[in-house]
Design a protein around this ligand. Structure first.
Ligand code: SF4
Length: 261
């Protein structure tokens, strides 16, 4: 980035210290979603938008008994799927997406997602946005990806690592300042930190292991980032429409200086 109006991003050393502290605190952290196959992770991740992982796990425990793979889910009607997932927020639209996606996957690949898949392949499926694709790529394929959900968004903003207004541009900021080798782990560390300590309403700054490097420590609610845009809509911030990727690339959209990467 260049230009007098552009703000400097967080100092590289500070980011490194925060990542080290989070890595120590949340060593071995991984997704809380329960799944046995790549397909099941995709289904669980689609269901997790605006729904807690605990609730998703309750739903998928039932759903996967009836329909453990893509062909068996494709054999159900949209109404039957809706009845199985109705405990979930947005269950009607999720049922529609799952019905369509299961048919595509069953016809193209069979029971499970194939061993190799691109983000574009995933995002071409109904109900799969960038965040969902990143979760599946990182957890099921071991790819370097960093999904931005409501917790990652909130913690990143409070730490001063991004002031971007949406998940897509926040992801770009994080990919610049976090070493690629830590993208997958940082996603889990930030999620667990957001759930356990840097909570939306009452962050526990007094016991936070990264408070000394956090510009928002003890200041949330005093003009510091409180939560994701649209606060109160529950877990999961809206994923931008694929067309937003073009806007995300506009000059001036990025808030973190390249020199901090
Ligand atoms: S110091 Fe407070 S605002 Fe900053 S990361 Fe920790 S809990 Fe969140």
């Amino acid at each position: 980035m260049s230009g007098a109006s552009e703000r400097p991003g967080p100092a590289r050393a500070r980011v490194r210290r925060v990542l080290a502290a989070l890595g120590e605190t949340y060593r071995g952290a991984s997704t809380a979603l329960v799944y046995r196959t790549r397909w099941q992770l995709l289904v669980a991740t689609i269901l997790s938008a605006q729904c807690t992982d605990e609730r998703v796990n309750r739903i998928t425990a039932r759903l996967f008994r009836v329909a453990p793979d893509a062909p068996s889910l494709a054999a159900l009607s949209e109404e039957e799927i809706a009845a199985l997932i109705r405990e979930c927020g947005l269950f009607r639209s999720k049922a529609r997406h799952l019905a369509a996606t299961s048919r595509i996957v069953a016809a193209r690949w069979g029971a499970d997602l194939p061993p190799a898949l691109t983000r574009e392949d995933l995002m071409a499926l109904p109900g799969v946005g960038r965040k969902t694709a990143n979760v599946v790529l990182a957890n099921a394929y071991g790819a370097d990806a960093l999904a931005v959900d409501t917790h990652v968004f909130r913690v990143a903003h409070r730490l001063g690592w991004s002031d971007a207004p949406d998940a897509r541009r926040t992801e770009e900021d994080l990919l610049r300042i976090i070493p690629r080798s830590q993208w997958k782990d940082a996603h889990h560390w930030l999620i667990w930190h957001g759930r356990r300590v840097c909570r939306a309403r009452r962050p526990a700054c007094g016991t936070c292991v990264v408070a000394r490097w956090c510009p928002s420590a003890d200041r949330v609610g005093e003009g510091q980032p409180h939560d994701a845009p649209g606060r109160g809509q529950g877990p999961g911030i809206p994923e931008p429409h694929p067309g937003d990727a073009r806007r995300a690339g506009r000059a001036g959209a990025l808030r973190v200086a390249r020199s901090d990467a």
